[in-house]
Design a protein around this ligand. Structure first.
Ligand code: DGL
Length: 250
């Protein structure tokens, strides 16, 4: 079936979801929209985020997308419901912190690290309500400006912030939910701070849900050969170049 898989995020973080999608569905064509100009989403209001994400959805639809993947926990927790109401004909798949994965695996001390918006969101409260074991301790932490530092590739500041936020949980946390797609790009740095903690993200789960939706709607590509990838970055071409490098490394 013709039509691209549209994917977006407030910049480079969505590459972690895109990579899993391309592994699972290699024959599809992808249009990845990096909204680096508006990074970070995590400190914006609901109104601002709805306007920003609606503009991106319009762009992706105008450019032939058959499904839209919100590769961003902040945009999903904030806008998914409103976007579904606004675009009832569009198939959306969102990304939420992998709290259910921590629950399914019976972890006992779980850090949820996410953006300021996501960590305070109603959606995260709902997920915690539905997927927390009685004997599971949850440590809900805001990653402050971590997503922005990752976007800007500020390595020293990233490490400083990680130590400040996480040092007291060394040998305490058995698991950590990476509740922002940018954080999946710095798994090595997080592991260096929390060597005995299992890191969980929802990237694989998102790609499986996209496959299910495409199958259900009979929209899977039946191409045998590798599909195409177009990356748009509204801030700079250098970030597009960096995106291809990150995709290689992931
Ligand atoms: N990558 C995003 C997320 O998953 C947003 C980061 C940001 O722009 O604050 O939440």
């Amino acid at each position: 079936m013709n039509g691209k898989i549209g994917v977006f995020d407030s910049g480079l973080g969505g590459l972690s979801v895109l990579k899993e999608l391309m592994k699972l569905l290699p024959g599809e064509d992808y249009l990845f929209y990096e909204d680096s100009i508006h990074n970070p989403y995590g400190i914006k209001t609901e109104e601002e985020l709805l306007e920003i994400t609606s503009n991106i959805v319009d762009y992706l639809l105008e450019n032939g997308c058959k499904i839209i993947v919100i590769a961003c926990n902040t945009a999903t927790t904030c806008c998914m419901k409103s976007l579904r109401e606004k675009y009832p004909e569009v198939i959306f798949v969102g990304t939420v912190p992998a709290i259910k994965v921590a629950y399914d695996n019976h972890f006992k001390n779980t850090i949820i690290l996410s953006t300021p918006y996501t960590s305070q969101s109603k959606r995260v409260q709902e997920l915690l309500h539905d997927y927390t074991d009685v004997d599971q301790n949850i440590i809900n932490i805001s990653g402050e400006n971590l997503a922005n530092l990752i976007e800007l590739d500020k390595k020293d500041e990233i490490n400083e912030l990680l130590h400040r936020l996480l040092d007291s949980y060394v040998d305490v946390a058995d698991s950590m939910v990476l509740g922002c797609t940018h954080y999946s790009l710095i798994k090595d740095e997080i592991h260096a701070v929390l060597p005995n903690t299992t890191l969980l993200d929802g990237c694989r789960g998102v790609s499986e849900e996209v496959k299910r939706q495409l199958e259900f709607h009979d929209l899977l590509s039946n191409k045998e050969q590798q599909g195409s990838l177009t990356i748009i970055n509204n801030k700079s071409d250098a970030l597009i170049q960096r995106s291809y490098e990150i995709l290689e490394e992931l």
